[in-house]
Design a protein around this ligand. Structure first.
Ligand code: ADP
Ligand code: MG
Length: 167
């Protein structure tokens, strides 16, 4: 039974290879498919360059049914996608975010306030703007190429995602 006073929930996972990354993404997608009210979540991804943030996002986009070539937000900061059933998915990469006006002017505030899945790499570069994430994923590449992952659920929605949709 999930209750707000149990939050945040913090778990550490080990992803031995990219298949483990893909499996976790598939589990989140399964939870979203089974429980549409989880689809409006904001999930942040932290970790050094090469940690596997974009790789995770790509697996998640595939798993929720985004088809075709998946472009990454390199210069645009945000790349919008539409998944199966019309679910909107916004993939942010704040690595080059340095103009606070862009938050208002480019409509980022509206995207975060609106429906659909919000995924953000480098949220710390927009720390004064982004809301508290439902689920924060921190990926660390180890010397043997495996990944140590810290998952923090800050909301009931995030906790349910973490538990694969359980109520
Ligand atoms: P980031 O977006 O964090 O800078 P990328 O996802 O672009 O990193 O790159 C991560 C690289 O590490 C990719 O080449 C990916 O194939 C590789 N990789 C190896 N193991 C994993 C893993 N367990 N999870 C994610 N990526 C992995
Ligand atoms: Mg990246």
């Amino acid at each position: 039974m999930l209750a707000a006073d149990h939050l945040p929930i913090v778990e550490t996972r080990h992803w031995p290879d990219e298949a483990a990354t893909r499996e976790f993404a598939a589990r989140l997608a399964g939870a979203i498919a089974a429980h549409p009210e989880l689809a409006d979540a904001y999930i942040s991804l932290q970790g050094d360059l090469g940690a596997g943030k974009t790789t995770f996002v790509r697996h998640l986009l595939h798993a929720v049914g985004v088809r075709g070539r998946i472009k990454s937000p390199t210069y645009a900061v945000v790349e919008p996608h539409v998944a199966a059933g019309g679910l909107a998915v916004h993939h942010f990469d704040f690595y080059r975010f340095n103009d606070p006006r862009e938050w208002e002017d480019a409509g980022f505030r509206d995207i975060f306030a609106g429906p659909g899945l919000k995924l953000a790499e480098w949220p710390e570069k927009a720390a004064n703007h982004v809301p508290i994430e439902d689920l924060a994923i921190k990926i660390e590449a180890m010397s043997d190429e495996t990944r140590t992952v810290t998952l923090q659920a800050n909301s009931i929605r995030g906790a349910r995602l973490l538990q694969g949709g359980a109520a």
